[in-house]
Ligand binder design. Structure first.
Ligand code: THU
Length: 162
């Protein structure tokens, strides 16, 4: 019997003033676009902003539905939009933020499991890691260098394309 472990590094920043200009811009866009979320059921507004390799920014927000499981997370709305507008251009970074009347938005949130799977597919498809910048409307920010790092033992296309 052997044991192995899974480790990943992430960066922790006290607030947005410690980020590089590009990362701060992306997080600010994610914060701003939370205002366009459609989340009347959870009242948990999520905003995502991504930078493409050509420098263009793409935004996404969560879109809920009266039939709850039909709702879509901000990250997957963004990925679908990016891949439709620019099917040949990779995403290099994505910022995610949230806003809600229920609690103070002063800490990072990280993508749900389904979004991690979608992010991994996108990284694989474009052969490029997506840096994830996770923060609330204020306060601490986490950065991981690739979405892949958040999904150990992932199911990938390698199992299907043989
Ligand atoms: N949500 C996102 O949009 N992204 C996440 O990473 C986590 C959750 C949305 C889904 C739902 O509309 C609301 O937040 C509450 O779960």
């Amino acid at each position: 019997m052997k044991k192995q472990s899974w480790e990943f590094e992430y960066e922790i920043y006290d607030d947005i003033s410690q980020l590089t200009g590009d990362d701060a811009t992306l997080l600010n866009q994610a914060r701003l676009v939370t205002g366009k979320a459609y989340a009347p059921y959870s009242k948990f507004n999520v905003g995502a902003a991504a930078r493409l390799e050509n420098g263009e920014l793409i935004l996404g927000t969560n879109q809920e539905n009266a039939s709850y499981p039909v709702g879509i997370c901000a990250e997957r709305v963004l990925l679908g939009t990016a891949a439709t507008l620019h099917p040949e251009i990779a995403i290099t970074a994505m910022a995610v933020s949230f806003n809600t009347s229920k609690e103070k938005s002063n800490h990072p949130i990280s993508p749900c499991g389904m979004c991690r799977q979608s992010l991994l597919e996108y990284e694989t498809r474009f052969k490029k890691p997506i840096r994830l910048i996770m923060g609330g409307m204020e306060g601490k920010i986490f950065i991981v260098q690739a979405a892949r790092q958040l999904l150990p033992f992932a199911f990938t296309s390698e199992e299907l394309i043989k």
